[in-house]
Design a protein. Structure first.
Length: 221
């Protein structure tokens, strides 16, 4: 199958599609540790490493206990994490794909779930801040709700549409229902969300799977 780029709008998910969300998490943990170490005079990074080694799921609650502060401080720590300037970047392969699509496609956009400031901060760090972006918090609808997909269709009448994501539980059922072509980037072992298909209905599955984002180009002409 070949998709004519000149007639296609290529829409990408963000987290675990264009970059690894695990890298964002690591960046946030380091940023919070540095901030708290400065404020409290305690080596918070060492405490975080110890909590992770011991399988603590509630890292920020654990840090509150280590700092001997009320559990309510966890909310402030969470916002430090959500609003930090992330140290993340696109791989050279992803940059090449984005450049190729920008050059030849009828349009390109990002459709992602998340908080507006957090997601836009990620896009800025990745050098993608100039791209059209549809963030769930800004539209009051998260995937799999079709509202943002329909809005993109309205913005580009008469075009074909492609969505590239990573999470079969929510990414593809809406665009599938609208007649889009959908691609899922296979988990390389570092994804935040599982790609277990045992409970996934057929309508939720992508049309095609990609071992690497650069493989998308084999479908484009």
């Amino acid at each position: 199958m070949k998709i004519k780029l000149a007639e296609a709008i290529i829409v990408f998910d963000l987290d675990d599609t264009l970059y690894k969300e695990a890298d964002y998490h690591s960046s946030g943990v380091r940023a919070v540790a540095n901030k708290l170490t400065h404020l409290f005079g305690i080596d918070v990074e060492a405490s975080l490493e110890d909590l992770i080694i011991n399988g603590e799921r509630d890292l920020w609650g654990g840090i509150c206990r280590r700092l001997n502060v009320p559990a309510s401080v966890k909310e402030s720590i969470l916002w430090e994490y959500r609003l930090h300037s992330p140290n993340i970047q696109l791989t050279s392969e992803v940059k090449d794909v984005i450049s190729f699509v920008r050059q030849y496609a009828a349009g390109i956009a990002i459709l992602t779930d998340g908080r507006a400031i957090t997601q836009r901060t990620k896009l800025l760090a990745l050098g993608l801040a100039g791209m059209p972006v549809y963030i769930s918090e800004e539209f009051g609808a998260s995937k799999p709700h079709p509202a943002r997909f329909k809005l993109i269709e309205q913005s580009y009448p008469g075009k074909h549409f492609v969505y590239v994501g990573d999470n079969p539980k929510k990414d593809f059922v809406a665009p599938n229902g609208l007649g889009w072509i959908t691609f899922c980037l296979l988990d390389d072992g570092r994804n935040i969300h599982s790609q277990d298909l045992s409970q996934i209905e057929k309508d939720y599955l992508p049309h095609f799977w990609l071992a690497d984002l650069k493989d998308l180009q084999t479908f484009l002409c």
